[in-house]
Design a protein around this ligand. Structure first.
Ligand SMILES: [Zn+2]
Length: 414
């Protein structure tokens, strides 16, 4: 195994973070996490982060600057967990450590929302949300009732992804706290409304969990998108994967942990996204509709199990972590100069080796993948990403060891 990147984590209780967080206080009381989390990685060097992500040292969300780490020992990340951590961080840890706050639920999750139609032409979520708004009983559990939300009703009404801008990129601090203006995009206004309904983001009043439903035109089957710092969501994904082992499903970590979150499910304390495809935009396919409905029911069942004191032990699983976007080849005028190569069409989550053709130019020439390591492309030829000029996204495959969740004491029915 060749050189690889080593990262270390120290899990701190959120209340003990040493520097001011841009969050409304109070934060939940400290909870120390027991166990360890280990990433194993193949021989490749990590690629640079996607374009648009600010350098880590400029980020404000994470309280301690993290730095590039030494590539040793090969193939392993070392995680340190301080079971009896009492003192705030003082800078005495090696600079190779990333410092994460990974809060886990300490109480039953009672405020849960299921959101659909965040993109108004992704029909499974649009019609499930509309269905549950008429018949919310399907979302009831003994200890909580999940709230259905049609996230982007204006876009859903005209069956478009969005009216003004992408709602699922609008939950940044800058947009949520900006003063409303008459000419701002509809989705910016709607993001503030949803932040009031389900947040406020990063506050103790925020919903416990948001499950956001999406469709993709790419051949991604079932894909769970999580934040790698959301331990609770990782447990849910793992269980869902096990329960649905007859059908391929994948876990995608979309955002670097040091970057500011921007998606709808980032408004709540915990959350995740379900992507199901391939399904064309504006089309509703029964098979996919029922798969999504079943996954939502399973997710709520799992939250109920957690609420009732069921143990969620440690495990290992494969995840795919976003490395960077691959843009379409363009002419000098900005038109498409080629298309996704037939050899990689529909090959989402399959290994892409250096030298493999990725684009076919209209001239007939093939463009080869020139990276120096195997990557795993996802969202290949996604219809919604033409406007973002993204042909596909490169990911790396990692194995992650996730520690057990704390076990709640059984609670009475709500
Ligand atoms: Zn979507």
């Amino acid at each position: 195994m060749g050189a690889s990147v080593q990262q270390s984590f120290i899990w701190l209780p959120a209340g003990l973070l040493p520097l001011p967080l841009p969050l409304p206080l109070p934060l939940p009381p400290p909870l120390l996490l027991k166990g360890s989390m280990t990433f194993h990685k193949g021989p490749s060097q990590r690629s640079p982060p996607p374009p648009g992500y600010p350098p880590a040292r400029q980020l404000k969300r994470w309280p301690v600057t993290w730095q590039s780490v030494k590539p040793e020992p090969p193939g392993k990340f070392v995680i340190q967990v301080f079971k009896d951590f009492q003192q705030p961080f003082t800078g005495r840890y090696p600079t190779s450590h990333r410092i994460y706050s990974m809060p886990v639920p300490q109480e039953p999750l009672r405020r849960v929302a299921v959101t659909g139609g965040t993109h108004g032409n992704e029909m499974c979520g649009v019609y499930l949300a509309r269905h549950w708004l008429q018949a919310p009983g399907e979302l009831q559990q003994p200890s909580f009732s999940a709230v259905p939300v049609l996230a982007n009703p204006a876009a859903a009404a005209v069956c478009r992804r969005h009216i003004g801008c992408d709602l699922n990129r609008s939950f940044t601090k800058a947009l949520l706290t900006a003063s409303p203006t008459p000419d701002e995009p509809y989705e910016v206004t709607r993001a503030r409304e949803l932040n009031q309904l389900l947040g406020p983001k990063n506050s103790s009043q925020a919903f416990d969990f948001v499950l956001d439903l999406h469709n993709t035109t790419a051949n991604m089957n079932t894909c769970f998108i999580v934040n790698e710092t959301d331990l609770f969501a990782m447990h849910l994904c793992h269980r869902l994967q096990l329960q649905n082992s007859e059908s391929p499903s994948w876990i995608l970590v979309y955002q670097p942990p040091e970057s500011e979150t921007f998606s709808l499910d980032s408004v709540s304390k915990h959350g995740m996204t379900i992507e199901i495809g391939p399904q064309p935009q504006g089309v509703l396919q029964a098979k996919l509709f029922y798969r999504m409905r079943s996954l939502v029911a399973s997710t709520l069942d799992l939250i109920e199990l957690f609420n009732q004191g069921t143990a969620f032990p440690a495990f290992e699983m494969e995840i795919y972590r976003l490395l960077e976007y691959m843009e379409f080849p363009r002419t000098e005028e900005g038109d498409l100069a080629g298309m996704v190569h037939p050899q990689i069409q529909d090959q989402d989550f399959k290994p892409l080796q250096p030298g493999t053709p990725i684009f076919q130019m209209f001239s007939g020439k093939d463009v080869l993948y020139e990276g120096d390591s195997t990557v795993y492309p996802v969202f290949i030829n996604e219809a919604a990403y033409y406007e973002k000029n993204i042909a596909f996204m490169k990911t790396e495959k990692l194995t992650v060891s996730v520690p057990a969740l704390p076990v709640l004491t059984p609670s009475p029915a709500h």
